[in-house]
Design a protein around this ligand. Structure first.
Ligand code: SAM
Length: 302
């Protein structure tokens, strides 16, 4: 069995670019020194760079060179770009997929392309690097053994509150992406929905000049943001510790019996099947355990 370091150095030596491969390349979320040497190499050697915003990615060191082919892959262009990119992989070209910052596909375009590349039988290889959610979590000191990445909350308040309502009893640490200009409103909604005293953290402008990381209760974080307009500049990750109230569970059999006492059995079975992953037949067995055969006649008369 080789030593870990031997395996690593072997892979590094062999890390030439493979033909017909899509490389998913993480780029910095602020500090350009966070571009890894391997990402530099693949970006320099790839025939095609599929970028969310080609002008933005050209600013990375060493990339504004003639001869490189650029394809736009963003929410508007991704579906249209896929057939052409698959044809290029079939010819043996290699492609580097990048987003404006951080890891592609994480609240960024690329999922459809990666899915299509797998389905077409080509290789996909990740080049790990910066990701705002993971960087923020690594420095927040909130439980990190299990976490729940929620990406961006809906911009409309009613939809946002509905989404948060579904997370009230989530036991894992919650992670949200929040443009800093929305921090005050989002923290207010988080406090109202999840509880003012829940421990939380705001990580803003990570790896940049004005990097800020603050931990406090949701209500205290909102007051802090309201008292300092600088905190509404740039980009932020908000993390909230999970609920320590266990999720409410209802035993399906008991629910079925309760519904059967109030409703015709076929309606109760339909409701149970709709609320669970049970088939109508399985739900019927719960609602009417002693008389499963009468389901057909009940259904016929329903
Ligand atoms: N794909 C990226 C990643 O791997 O993190 C995320 C892209 S998403 C469109 C942009 C959001 O990520 C921002 O609104 C913010 O919530 C978060 N973000 C990006 N850069 C950040 C930074 N330097 N500091 C804090 N949050 C950042």
């Amino acid at each position: 069995m080789p030593e870990y370091n031997d395996v690593m150095s072997k892979q590094t030596l062999q890390a030439g670019i493979e033909p017909g491969t899509l490389y998913v390349v993480a780029t910095p979320i602020g500090n350009l020194d966070d571009l890894t040497p391997r990402a530099r190499q693949i970006l320099a050697e790839a025939t095609i760079i599929a970028a969310e915003d080609t002008r933005m990615t050209r600013r990375l060191p060493g990339l504004d060179k003639p001869g490189k082919q650029w394809v736009s892959v963003n929410e508007h262009s991704e579906a249209k770009a896929i057939p052409g990119l698959l044809a290029r992989l079939a010819e043996g070209s290699n492609i580097a997929l990048v987003s404006d910052a951080g890891t592609p596909l994480v609240s960024d375009p690329g999922y459809r392309l990666v899915d299509a590349v797998h389905s077409a039988g080509f290789s996909v290889s990740p080049l790990p690097g910066a990701c705002a959610a993971i960087a923020a979590l690594s420095a927040a000191g909130l439980a990190s053994d299990r976490f729940c990445f929620e990406g961006f909350l809906p911009p409309r308040r009613s939809a946002r509150l509905r989404r948060l309502q579904a997370l009230v009893r989530e036991p894992r640490t919650l992670i949200f992406y929040v443009p800093a200009r929305d921090l005050s409103e989002v923290l207010a909604d988080l406090a109202a929905s999840l509880g003012e005293q829940r421990l939380a953290a705001v990580a803003r402008e990570l790896t940049k000049l004005h990097e800020t990381l603050r931990r406090d209760s949701l209500v205290a974080l909102k007051d802090w943001v309201d008292g300092d307009t600088n905190q509404r500049r740039g980009e932020a990750v908000v993390m909230v510790s999970g609920s320590d109230t266990p999720p409410q569970t209802v035993e399906l059999g008991a629910l079925a019996q309760a519904l059967a006492g109030e409703l015709p059995p076929s309606r109760a079975a339909r409701l149970i099947a709709g609320l669970s992953s049970l088939s109508r037949q399985q739900a019927w067995a719960l609602v009417h355990p002693d008389n499963q055969r009468s389901q057909t006649s009940e259904d016929d008369s329903a």
